[in-house]
Ligand binder design. Structure first.
Ligand code: ZN
Ligand code: ZN
Length: 404
């Protein structure tokens, strides 16, 4: 028996988990501010949902899914991403008209583990469905940007592109195929295999990065509607003051994107793992999983990457107060309970250790305030950093709450 997690997954402890808590709390606040209610979808879905929704030529579906048969003989897959499940839930709900949702939770991909890439990773994201207007793209992009900036990722860069739609993309893909056929001998085997099936994905190939530099760009082939949409998105980002870089090679790893695609890059991170998140518009996704037409736009952000980008910064202290009892833990219990009910984060020693040991725990806890209980009926000493106050027992709860 080994007491270690399987390859590719990690436990997250303090102090790192303190940063996680702060980052996830900020996510709840920001998604609420932009009007995205929480949705909770299953961690596993029918395998077919991802085959149809993510795309059966993608690496995610062909190489990385955790798929198994359940005891009823159904093919089940641990979700490798959040969008397909949320769109399925939207269709299942029968909702009509503009519909928003925010999600948060673990995703699973069988990948080669490395720093910032685990087989279980945590994403937060939003989907804005049944809205075709570029205003939705702008709102979604702004939410992600404000959130990542607020949690403290420095040197954040937004990259955007347009991937066209069913009208203009086929013409572009034909041009792209011809371009790759002409330089076929310079491409890696994986890329050669993609020329006919999905040439767009070759632009994403790290191995072929040098030879795809001169490939034609989707933005040179946009139809009038796609061009107008792209221009409106860029104007909107200017209006809300979000800087962006147009990146003609940005195609994202998943097949379902149409028109807008974007990525948030943490410049300070290693080049291979520097995308902290991204997303785009997916006007055909609902239909490709068997539903009605419901255009949408969304993003997913990698919390593991965001925490990595934040580096070794100390988390907020988790505790407000540590209570030291010079008598017994039972004497401290009423005070501790009253303070917790009053909204303060409080801890104390439950096992009746020596006063000296309790002070050690108080120091280790990082709580800025230590309360020393001398005994029933006596004044209570409150130490806030170097200041010491003597407060009557019956007043100490209100005093501490008002001094928070
Ligand atoms: Zn390649
Ligand atoms: Zn178009």
């Amino acid at each position: 028996m080994s007491f270690q997690p399987p390859k590719g997954v990690d436990d997250i402890h303090l102090p790192e988990s303190g940063i996680w808590r702060r980052v996830l709390t900020a996510w709840e606040e920001w998604s609420e501010r932009f009007g995205y209610p929480l949705i909770i979808t299953p961690i596993f879905e029918s395998t077919e949902l991802f085959e149809r929704g993510v795309g059966d030529t993608t690496d995610v579906v062909t190489k990385q899914m955790y798929t198994f048969e359940d005891k009823g003989g159904r093919s089940i897959t641990l979700r490798p991403e959040g969008t397909a499940g949320v769109v399925r839930a939207f269709l299942d709900s029968g909702a009509q008209g503009a519909w928003k949702a925010a999600y948060s939770g673990p995703m699973f991909r069988y990948e080669r583990p490395q720093k910032g890439r685990n087989r279980q990773f945590y994403q937060v994201g939003v989907e804005y469905l049944d809205v075709e207007a570029p205003m939705a793209d702008i709102e979604v992009i702004e939410l992600g940007y404000r959130y990542i900036e607020d949690v403290g990722v420095e040197e954040l860069e937004l990259r955007i592109n347009s991937l066209g739609d069913a009208t203009c993309r086929p013409v572009y893909l034909e041009n792209l195929r011809q371009f790759f056929k002409d330089i076929e001998e310079d491409l890696c085997d994986d890329s050669v295999a993609l020329i006919d099936r999905n040439p767009l994905r070759i632009l994403d190939c790290k191995v072929c990065a040098d030879v795809v530099g001169d490939a034609p760009s989707m933005t040179d082939f946009l139809c009038n509607e796609c061009q107008a949409h792209y221009d409106a998105v860029k104007r909107g980002l200017d209006t809300v003051g979000i800087p962006f870089i147009e990146d003609k090679k940005l195609v994202r790893g998943l097949d379902y994107y149409t028109r807008t695609a974007f990525e948030y890059i943490g410049i300070g991170l290693d080049a291979a793992q520097n995308a902290v998140g991204g997303g785009g518009r997916y006007d055909g996704l609902a239909e490709s999983i068997g539903g009605r037409r419901a255009p949408g736009v969304g993003f997913a952000l990698g919390i593991d990457r965001i925490v990595l980008a934040l580096g070794e910064q100390p988390g907020e202290p988790e505790l407000d107060i540590y209570v030291v009892s010079e008598t017994t833990p039972a004497d401290a219990l009423p005070l501790v309970s009253a303070l917790r009910r009053g909204g303060l984060a409080v801890d104390f020693d439950a096992s009746g250790r020596s006063v000296k040991a309790q002070f050690k725990s108080a120091a280790k806890s990082g709580a800025p305030t230590t309360v020393i209980l001398h005994g029933q009926g006596q004044d209570v000493s409150v130490r806030i950093e170097d200041d010491r106050h003597e407060i009557p027992l019956q007043e100490v709860v209100n005093w501490l709450i008002s001094h928070k």
